[in-house]
Write a protein that binds this ligand. Structure first.
Ligand code: FAD
Length: 378
């Protein structure tokens, strides 16, 4: 008979869900981590596991494994629409294909004691007396209920858990379209991560990330607010083509050949972050709108939000109190620890909408690499 009762069920085994499950398993909690996909699976991304997640990977004993599979880039180069470039050194951020890195994080959660079930599709929540008590899912061909004290919604940008809780938000000024493809033949080879706010489609940007261990391909893609994208005459692929043809920063890609299909996804920025807990449930990562709004890094934010969610869930389990009030400690914690940085980057995203203002901002930062490192690299 299939087991149907757990302390915690984590929906989604991306960086957010795997981190939450690993933390809880490490603390001795009976946790089930589920994902609708079979891993290794793809996730459209520029493949940057940003530096602000590194301490968590170290604490969970998985950073070395990520290092073996990935590449620590020396720094981040950013440019504004008048091509003013700023540079900051990187600390422990790395690039690694998400297919590889996310699988490492998921396996680590399993190593630490989380039960992991794949091809497990959550399609609803079990709710009783106003409190979430589990999930409804299709697994191994059967639709069933799986009960628990707390559900952690880590099911990404289109989060079914958030929708079912009535916490899904979709403000087109704060939601971005991002797409990417892989290219071979960058000359000279790319070593830094680069983010270029281009004059042709401001405030959209092109991101390039290096993969020396993977045939030296370059992951190149775009990010732009949904509301702006609708007004542009260029589609995402044409934006990148224009950048390569016209920008001095695109020159190194002029002889490169695309070696993968384009893939894109919805990116919910923290510009629309709000309540992300309810009685018996919390939302982490993209499900909770944690993507930093300036260069759209969401992996490290997912990992950090998962840390705070796991702490709040541990306290709730100890007190046997799964009310909204009890889980509101999650909201307080992430707000205190992540709120200031997310708001500062939201301020930069607002500035980016005005090309002159962004040129002025970068002009001011150009001679202050330490400030750039603090924001993007440390
Ligand atoms: C083109 C692009 C480039 C990006 N580049 C970067 C970058 O370089 N660095 C960065 O930090 N961020 C980047 N981001 C954002 C980043 O990809 C996300 O913020 C990050 O993946 C969030 O992690 P997560 O764990 O919250 O969700 P995800 O990684 O999306 O994981 C969610 C998981 O939930 C599972 N799931 C969904 N629904 C269900 C269901 N009903 N039942 C069971 N399982 C379910 C999915 O299969 C998935 O495995 C980029 C985004 C895009 C689109």
């Amino acid at each position: 008979m299939m087991r149907a009762q757990w302390d915690v069920i984590v929906v989604g085994a991306g960086p957010g869900g795997s981190t939450a499950a690993a933390r809880l398993a490490q603390a001795g909690v009976d946790v089930l981590l589920v994902d609708k996909e079979r891993f290794p699976r793809e996730k459209p991304c520029s493949d940057i596991y940003g530096p602000f997640g590194a301490r968590t990977y170290e604490e969970l004993g998985v950073y070395e494994r990520l290092l073996e599979a990935g590449y620590v880039y020396p720094g981040v180069l950013l440019s504004s629409p008048d091509y003013t470039a700023i540079y900051g050194a990187n600390g422990k951020g790395l690039t690694c294909p998400r297919r590889v890195g996310d699988n490492i994080l998921k396996e680590n959660a399993s190593r630490l004691g989380a039960e992991v079930w794949e091809e497990f599709w959550v399609h609803d929540l079990v709710v009783k007396d106003g409190q979430v008590r589990g999930v409804r899912a299709k697994y191994q061909g059967e639709f069933r209920d799986y009960r628990c004290d707390v559900v952690i919604g880590a099911d990404g940008s289109h989060s079914w858990v958030a929708k079912r809780l009535g916490l899904f938000v979709d403000d087109y000024d704060q939601v971005y379209l991002a797409g990417r493809a892989y290219w071979r033949g960058c000359s000279p080879p790319l070593r830094d991560v680069e983010v270029h706010y281009d004059p042709s489609f401001n405030p959209g940007f092109v991101c390039l990330s290096p993969h020396p261990g993977y045939d030296d391909v370059v992951n190149m893609g775009v990010g732009i607010q949904m509301s702006q994208y609708g007004r542009l005459s260029l589609n995402a692929e044409e934006m990148v083509e224009k950048f390569v043809a016209e920008s001095p920063h695109g020159e190194k890609m002029r002889g490169a050949e695309r070696v993968s299909d384009w893939t894109g996804w919805r990116v919910p920025s923290a510009g629309q972050i709000g309540k992300n807990y309810a009685a018996g449930a919390v939302l982490v990562g993209d499900a909770g709108n944690f993507v930093e709004p300036f260069i759209l890094e969401g992996v490290a934010s997912a990992v950090r939000s998962a840390n705070y969610a796991a702490r709040a869930v541990l306290a709730a389990l100890e007190e046997r109190d799964f009310s909204e009030d009890s889980l509101s400690r999650y909201g307080e914690k992430w707000e205190k620890k992540m709120g200031p940085q997310l708001r500062a980057l939201q301020g930069m995203a607002v500035t980016a909408a005005d090309a002159d203002a962004l040129n002025g901002l970068f002009g001011g930062l150009k001679d202050d690499p330490e400030a750039v490192s603090r924001v993007f690299g440390e």
